[in-house]
Design a protein around this ligand. Structure first.
Ligand code: SF4
Ligand code: SF4
Ligand code: SF4
Length: 314
């Protein structure tokens, strides 16, 4: 008998749902065993009934719940809590759900400062109405990962997560397992570039700097990007972004890892560890522009990014 699945997207961009569709041939096998009873990213559904006249959220019960996106407002929180009540196994899909994702960069400012800068004072758009309009769900104090709000059973990280791991995790559940996680290895552990454990020194270049490599040669002939002085988050980022095929995706494109799979293990201190990794090849972390934001690009939930009180004027 097919297993009922409910899916929801909160503070999300839909890239995670595209990854579900990109599961490819494995999806054909899975679809025979899964029955999607609720997936608003792909099939229209109304929270308060087809005519919008219900008085409570209408999310059907399911064995598996898949949620993408973090929690940024009261509606996200309500939907997540309702999902938790309705499903037996809750999967956090993608780095927004797992760690807060890029939107959690906003945790470096108070909500009022973000409203002022983004909604009212942005020079490239017309000023928007007050985001605290009563028709708009109010913001939560911070942008949170799902497990900061409720219990999460399985986390599939990545921005977006690789389809191989979505299929793998769901297959594990169908086989009766209740746990699934990626092995605790770093992106560097799966990166084939040449490493000499030293750089040329000098200020650290930002990620958009062009790497030096011979396009006629394979990736295993390119020098490590950190050693080329280009900031790469590989040392502190969980491996697996290229699914079961190995070489990290950004490195394959000759660009640095930005850290989208998040920390290698729960409780890790990627910023501290990354500063150690830079120092170990002779680079000075203080020369990296915007280092707090860049080193926590995808993981601003869980207290990794907070408002730093302004220093008193001297
Ligand atoms: S993890 Fe990435 S792909 Fe998924 S919702 Fe967040 S931003 Fe989009
Ligand atoms: S720092 Fe980047 S380029 Fe160097 S080995 Fe690690 S992932 Fe590869
Ligand atoms: S190399 Fe890093 S940033 Fe790029 S896809 Fe892999 S984990 Fe994400």
């Amino acid at each position: 008998m097919a297993v009922n699945v409910a899916s929801e997207w909160l503070n999300a961009c839909s890239g995670c749902e595209i990854s579900i569709l990109n599961t490819g041939e494995a999806l054909l096998d899975l679809l025979a065993q899964l029955n999607f009873v609720h997936i608003p990213a792909l099939v229209d559904s109304k929270y308060f009934g087809p005519l919008g006249d219900g008085t409570s959220l209408q999310i059907p019960e399911a064995v598996v719940g898949i949620v993408s996106g973090g929690v940024r407002n009261s509606e996200h929180k309500h939907v997540l809590e309702e999902m938790r009540k309705k499903v037996k196994v809750l999967i956090a899909l993608g780095s927004c759900a797992a760690y807060g994702g890029v939107p959690a960069q906003a945790n470096m400012w108070k909500p009022e400062e973000v409203f002022e800068k983004v909604f009212r004072g942005c020079v490239t758009t017309n000023p928007s109405p007050n985001p605290e309009d009563p028709n708009v769900p109010p913001w939560t104090p911070t942008c949170q990962a799902l497990d900061e709000v409720t219990k999460v059973d399985i986390t599939i990280p990545g921005c977006p997560p690789h389809p191989d791991w979505i299929a793998d995790a769901v297959m594990a559940l169908l086989a009766g397992k209740t746990e699934w996680k990626l092995p605790e290895r770093s992106v560097c552990d799966t990166c084939p570039v040449i490493r000499e454990k030293k750089s040329g020194g000098g200020p650290i270049k930002r990620m958009l700097a062009n790497a030096e490599f011979n396009p006629e040669e394979g990736i295993d002939k390119m020098r490590c990007l950190n050693e080329q002085g280009i900031f790469c988050m590989g040392p502190v980022t969980l491996a697996g972004c290229n699914g079961k095929s190995g070489v990290p995706r950004c490195i394959q494109a000759r660009t640095p890892c930005r850290g989208c799979f998040g920390p290698i293990r729960k409780g890790a201190k990627p910023m501290v560890d990354m500063m150690g990794a830079l120092t170990s090849v002779g680079l000075d972390p203080k020369t990296l522009v915007d280092r707090r934001a860049i080193m926590n690009r995808y993981i601003g939930g869980h207290g990794y990014l907070t408002v730093i009180p302004a220093r008193p004027a001297r």
